[in-house]
Design a binder for this molecule. Structure first.
Ligand SMILES: [Fe+2]
Length: 182
């Protein structure tokens, strides 16, 4: 299911206004109940299942259904920025930053169902929910070259556009791999 071009144009025009974005969704019949129908089942292995509602170059929209307690890998969104809307469960978001060649977690943010948060360029974070949460991710422009950070094997992976925030299981989803300093 893909969103109408008219709705996409309106989202791009309102990209700085999260409440306006959510109103546009509801006006188009894409309220929380409808979104739940569009992605109701979590993946059996990865932290969340992904449904892409737009892969337009100016605006990427991804609907995630989370598996309980399965944290995603720290990742960034390249030079894209946007908003995440949370539904159904409380979410915990972990913020990371580089310190002396180590990627360290430096803050935890809690997000209640019905809330939203901003995603800024190049920030690194990870996320989980305790139950089967749903989140709606809207980025401007479409994310390209998302980086996933592998804390265990100390490497940064640029992943393909069909991969979410986890270490790819299929080798062809790794576009580039860079080892961290030892
Ligand atoms: Fe993210």
């Amino acid at each position: 299911m893909k969103l109408e071009p008219k709705l996409l144009r309106a989202l791009v025009a309102n990209q700085k206004d999260p409440e306006g974005i959510w109103s546009l969704f509801c006006e188009a019949g894409m309220d929380a109940a409808r979104l739940r129908e569009l992605n109701s089942v979590a993946d059996s292995v990865t932290p969340y299942s992904r449904v892409i509602l737009s892969g337009d170059s100016e605006c990427e929209i991804m609907l995630a259904r989370w598996a309980p307690e399965r944290i995603c890998a720290p990742h960034d969104h390249g030079t894209s920025a946007g908003w995440v809307f949370y539904f159904d469960q409380e979410f915990e978001e972990y913020a990371y930053k580089w310190r002396d060649d180590e990627l360290v977690q430096h803050a935890t943010h809690r997000h209640l169902p019905g809330s939203y948060t901003q995603v800024v360029k190049n920030e690194i974070h990870s996320c989980k929910t305790s139950g089967s949460g749903m989140s709606l991710h809207i980025y401007f422009p479409r994310i390209e070259k998302m980086r996933v950070y592998d804390l265990e094997r100390r490497r940064t992976l640029v992943v393909s556009d069909n991969c979410g925030a986890w270490i790819p299981r299929q080798p062809e989803q790794v576009v580039k791999e860079t080892a961290w300093k030892q």
